[in-house]
Design a protein around this ligand. Sequence first.
Ligand code: ADP
Ligand code: MG
Length: 254
Amino acid sequence: MGIVIALANQKGGVGKTTTSVNLGACLAELGKKVLLIDSDAQGNATSGVGIHKAKIEKDIYDVLVNEYPIAETIIPSSHPGLDIVPATIQLSGAEIELTSQMARESRLLDAVKEIKDRYDYILIDCPPSLGLLTINAFSASDSILIPVQSEYYALEGLSQLMNTIRLVQKHFNPDLKIEGVLMTMLDARTNLGTQVVAEVQNYFKNKVYKTVIPRNIRLSEAPSHGKAIIDYDPSSRGAEEYMSLAKEVLAAHD
Ligand code: ADP
Ligand code: MG
């Protein structure tokens, strides 16, 4: 049975999508069968793994709103062993459309059940909000990986995120866990970043990964080439650290 991990933080621009794509590719590189589910209407994970929007026939919107079979939406990404359920801008209407539907919080859970045994890891790239799409992701997941940007106010908003996790545990998914907290975009030239890492470690204790993702220009270039960092520039710091993260994640599930 695959392990389902949601990548979430309601702040935008903290590295959710970058981590989804690159952790997914690194886990695949280490021999795991991985599915990435893009649950953000921006579709950045989709384009980031080389999928051209114009070629998408059915996407996560059809799965969530129309209960279309998820298996028929899965397509291979630019990295071998990594598949994706794509998202398009269509998804931006899903939260409102779902509001009046039955079992609106468990649409993704029901879909993921159908394909869980085909993968070792299923990663869900969440949108920057705590709305119905994120609730669906949390209900469908075994655990949550929280990317936190290494900057001032890093902890801001995390209490709302923790509240949402508690609500989902109470009503839909009692076994939901915190997979880990990942510090991203660390600028090693400033003391600030290092201070923030210490602050987050103080809050989340041993949940914080030893791997810290540095600010690395190659990581921000890779998506426009539709490639994961290990394919775009395998010798970059970004590639090295995402591979290190993948090994930490694997070790946690030994
Ligand atoms: P989110 O999904 O949380 O909104 P993204 O992963 O899309 O965040 O990252 C926001 C922006 O920062 C993107 O342009 C991305 O390419 C860039 N970025 C993410 N991580 C890094 C990093 N470690 N170094 C440099 N740029 C990064
Ligand atoms: Mg994103």
